[in-house]
Design a protein around this ligand. Sequence first.
Ligand code: PRP
Ligand code: URA
Length: 206
Amino acid sequence: MHHTVAHPLIAAELTRLRDRECPSFEFRERVRRVASLMTPAVTADLELQTVACQTPLEITSGSEVARPVVLVPVLRAGLGFLDGFLDLIPNATVAHIGLARNEETLLPESYYENIPDGIDEAEILLLDPMLATGGSAAAAVTRLRESGAVRLRFACLVAAPEGIASFEDIHPDVPIFTAAIDRCLNEHGYILPGLGDAGDRLFGTI
Ligand code: PRP
Ligand code: URA
């Protein structure tokens, strides 16, 4: 299942992100802002539990998110997408998965992992701005599952139809939330029209 998170403010931010003249400092700020704008839609169905709440006047009942939330940015580009989610879910734990796509095979290669214990109890939000072939996101979900994760969702900025199809084939039960579904991949596995290499643009390594 995939959802396009549509909002006029997101559409305007994305247009500026696609602009090749948008410098790194501005790119980072806008990616963070889109992440925050997406957070309500991505988390809309989180389960709540009822809790007692003592106001200054009396006891009432309220709600809290039933399970801990773990945010998992896929390094590097996912780091740029993380802070906007953390702004709205400040008590989330952050796990890290480091993957780099091999430029020839387009397959993800793992170089770092820090996945805490207890993720079997948690709501996991996997974060990566780009879903191109889908290989990186699918590999990250596989690793999280091997580590015990059960409740997973994936958020990205821009997805290619090929990546959505491949990811859904491998992990049909993990919902994808994206700000845009673009046209296709080019022969180098880049999304068209896309926004280029998100990691390089975030960190100024172009
Ligand atoms: C980019 C992007 C995703 C991956 C998407 O990362 O951030 O992780 O490519 O491509 P895929 O869907 O075809 O796997 P990259 O490997 O370039 O590393 P970086 O974030 O360090 O730039
Ligand atoms: N990774 C990116 O950063 N951009 C793409 O278009 C494809 C993969």
